[in-house]
Design a protein around this ligand. Structure first.
Ligand SMILES: [Zn+2]
Length: 430
């Protein structure tokens, strides 16, 4: 994009005057942005720094070892990989004019199948220019369609900092080069050389006033809480930080601490009291409360299950009683012809047995609860043929099903037989 506003023109001009990324900076990036590993496969090891391979029969599978070729200290990893292709960002934090500038350099580290060949390449891909009023202008190289790679061949130019989806894809969390130059206001608001694991641009915006508590947390060195706050976006017990600060209590693990405060709330313990808010051993107190809560919740669940069981029993009883009432007029009814005997299911137990034998849902779907429905079973020589549903309002056959909801050879005969005797059913029902 061409620079259009006064601000964009200024940024474009200042950007063109920025010094080149220095060799010292690149050297730092190569050393600090990547893990230094010795990859072990059986007795062979190779060095991620010089790419050379050697034999090691000690069997050591973890810990550190020195490369016999380049002398680098390496962490041992068991891996069959022979190639390397890693990309990382180094972020150079500098100030120009009234702008806080973040220069993001992409560094690639590669090794092919051949041993002894590691090569790097680096390219400045993006710059974020931020002013005190939290306005941001982005200069960057274009990205490919998938937004997963920079197009190196194209120069850096002005970009929309927010994309089509409202997502800022230029908020890069790079390894911050230790020589940091900050605008005075950022120093005043507590920022030094470390960004405490938070994406630099996000932390800068936060302490310029975007987030309510970031500056306070940074100034009081509550870094654990700061990084939790920046990731979560809110603090539910902001007063607690003041109590901690008054008592010289540093929160190390923000998310566990937040969990702990919620547990205090759960047990109605006073989150304004330093005794609770500043535990000597956070993990121990946290785990104690978790266990206590677990027991209480288990009790509640057990009680709930007990109630449900009683309710189920009660309902079952009601169902049986009302079914017995409804089936009374049909008890002993029999329709017989040529060996086929059709009888109503006369108890809930019979529904269960019919459903089980015929592999259908007459019991599961609680047909015995349906008011206008009479269920009959058709049998021959004690063998179940089909289950028939008759509607007691319309006196029509709704369905007649054999095993697994299929139809038997006697299907038509059964239908004909029931229809012929519908008068009997109608008389019994009335
Ligand atoms: Zn080496």
């Amino acid at each position: 994009m061409r620079p259009r506003t006064k601000r964009e023109r200024l940024v474009a001009e200042l950007s063109s005057k920025l010094p080149e990324i220095t060799d010292a900076q690149i050297r730092w990036g190569k050393k600090h942005c990547f893990p230094h590993n010795a990859y072990r496969c059986k007795d062979e090891m190779w060095c991620s720094e010089c790419g050379k391979m050697w034999v090691d029969t000690t069997g050591q599978k973890e810990g550190y070892i020195r490369c016999p070729y380049c002398g680098e200290r390496l962490e041992i990893k068991s891996s069959r990989k022979k190639k390397l292709c890693q990309y990382e960002y180094m972020t150079i934090v500098t100030a120009v004019d009234k702008f806080q500038v973040l220069r993001h350099v992409e560094i690639g580290k590669h090794k092919g199948m051949k041993m002894g060949e590691i090569f790097y390449h680096s390219m400045e891909v993006c710059q974020q220019w931020i002013t005190e009023d939290r306005k941001e202008t982005v200069m960057a190289r274009p990205m490919n369609m998938g937004k997963n790679a920079w197009i190196y061949a194209q120069p850096i130019s002005i970009k929309n900092s927010v994309d089509y989806y409202g997502y800022n894809c230029y908020d890069i969390n790079g390894y911050v080069y230790p020589k940091v130059k900050l605008l005075p206001i950022l120093r005043r608001n507590g920022l030094r050389t470390s960004f405490h694991g938070i994406t630099p641009a996000r932390l800068i915006h936060a302490i310029l006033g975007e987030s309510k508590y970031a500056e306070m947390l940074l100034k009081t060195k509550q870094y654990g809480m700061l990084s939790f706050y920046m990731h979560r976006g809110c603090i539910y017990h902001p007063w607690v930080v003041n109590i901690c600060n008054r008592n010289g209590y540093i929160i190390k693990d923000g998310s566990m601490y937040d969990d702990y405060l919620r547990l205090l709330d759960y047990f109605h313990l006073d989150t304004h009291n330093a005794h609770y808010v500043c535990p000597k051993n956070l993990k121990k107190e946290h785990d104690k409360l978790v266990e206590k809560k677990r027991k209480i919740e288990a009790k509640i669940r057990a009680e709930q299950k007990r109630k449900e069981r009683i309710e189920r029993m009660f309902r079952m009883k009601q169902d049986i009683l009302s079914f017995i009432k409804r089936i009374q007029p049909f008890l002993g009814m029999e329709i017989k012809d040529k060996g086929i005997v059709i009888r109503p299911l006369e108890s809930v137990t019979q529904f269960y047995l019919e459903g089980k034998a015929m592999h259908h849902c007459v019991y599961q779907n609680e047909y015995y609860r349906r008011k206008d429905c009479l269920i009959l079973t058709a049998q021959k020589n004690g063998k179940r043929l089909e289950t028939i549903e008759v509607n007691l309002k319309t006196f029509k056959i709704i369905q007649s099903r054999a095993v697994c909801n299929k139809t038997s050879d006697y299907h038509d005969k059964i239908i004909e037989l029931v229809n012929r005797n519908m008068g009997l059913i109608r008389r019994s029902a009335s």
